[in-house]
Design a protein around this ligand. Structure first.
Ligand SMILES: NC(=O)c1ccc[n+]([C@@H]2O[C@H](COP(=O)([O-])OP(=O)(O)OC[C@H]3O[C@@H](n4cnc5c(N)ncnc54)[C@H](O)[C@@H]3O)[C@@H](O)[C@H]2O)c1
Length: 279
């Protein structure tokens, strides 16, 4: 894929994966609209992209709000002339045991992680359909493929996992619909990446529970060996160049998916065998 002369929009671009991807696109010659609710972070990333001599606009955009996302589409198209790549990346988590999570927490997580992605597609789709081309990247998660991943987080990460499973289903469904119309879709499914997501998450529960979830002060996301967002950005670009729908960053996720496939086969065989004379 030739990134030179393209225009990309990246949400959640003030930090972590979004920032690294926006910079990686800019280094390849792409102009970028960066969007986030963190204005100070956006300002820094805008300066970094300007120093690469690319056109950049920074738009305050809360992806949980229809008007903000529609405004982002309008600003990007007006100022940069077109949008070739849309990365729906902004995401948050609520950490806490199921009985502690309020409906407001559910709405916050799903409103950003799943509806934020849907909103992005809804706002930019008319432009892409009109041009008969475009590339949509949705940031899902390993937790959006396997509900028990990673095992040390999953039991206190249920709203996040649920919302990311929605992103998986939505992305696969729109791939089939949009690919014949000239619009490519990729689902980026990272494992653990060293970003601020742990700090940007909400924590609910007793002080002891919260302290345990936060790893007693040692962030799970910055433990030794955790992937850097810059390395992840390079994997995304490789996946885009290879026209991949599913961009999985960690081998252990692939292994877990394969094992689950085998288990599903065994479950199916078991059910068939058990019920063959009973229905
Ligand atoms: N870090 C990981 O281990 C990991 C793993 C799998 C998936 N992801 C996904 O990657 C994406 C990026 O997260 P990250 O790890 O870079 O975290 P991060 O917290 O460093 O960056 C997320 C960015 O999204 C922004 N944001 C939050 N709410 C927003 C809203 N309502 N509207 C617009 N922007 C908003 C934040 O201000 C922040 O700049 C998320 O979708 C996350 O779920 C991260």
């Amino acid at each position: 894929m030739d990134f030179k002369g393209k225009v990309a929009v990246v949400t959640g671009a003030a930090s972590g994966i979004g920032r690294s991807v926006a910079l990686a696109f800019a280094k390849l010659g792409t102009d970028v609209a960066i969007a986030d609710i963190d204005d100070a972070g956006l300002k820094n990333v805008r300066k970094e992209i300007e120093s690469l001599k690319r056109r950049v606009i920074a738009v305050h955009c809360d992806v949980s709000k229809d008007d903000d996302v529609n405004n982002l589409a309008k600003q990007a198209i007006l100022t940069l002339g077109k949008v070739d790549i849309l990365m729906n990346n902004a995401g948050v988590g609520v950490r806490g045991y199921l009985e502690r999570v309020t409906m407001a927490d559910w709405q916050w997580t799903v409103g950003i992680n799943l509806f934020g992605v849907i909103r992005g597609v809804h706002a930019f789709l008319p432009h892409m359909l009109q041009r008969g081309s475009g590339y949509i990247i949705n940031t899902g998660s390993a937790g959006g493929l396997i509900a028990s991943e990673p095992p040390e987080l999953a039991p206190t990460n249920i709203p996040y996992i649920t919302s990311k499973h929605g992103v998986t289903g939505f992305s696969e469904a729109i791939y089939g619909y949009l690919r014949p119309k000239g619009i490519m879709v990729s689902l980026l499914c990272p494992g653990m990446v060293d970003t601020k997501i742990g700090d940007n998450s909400r924590y609910v529960g007793s002080n002891r529970e919260v302290s345990e979830m936060k790893g007693g002060g040692e962030s799970l996301f910055s433990a030794p060996g955790v992937m850097s967002p810059d390395d992840l950005a390079q994997m995304l670009i490789k996946g885009m160049n290879e026209n991949k729908f599913l961009i999985i960053t960690h081998q252990e996720i692939m292994d877990a998916l394969t094992a689950r496939g085998q288990n599903m086969k065994k479950l199916e065989e078991h059910l068939q065998e058990t019920f063959k004379n009973k229905v």
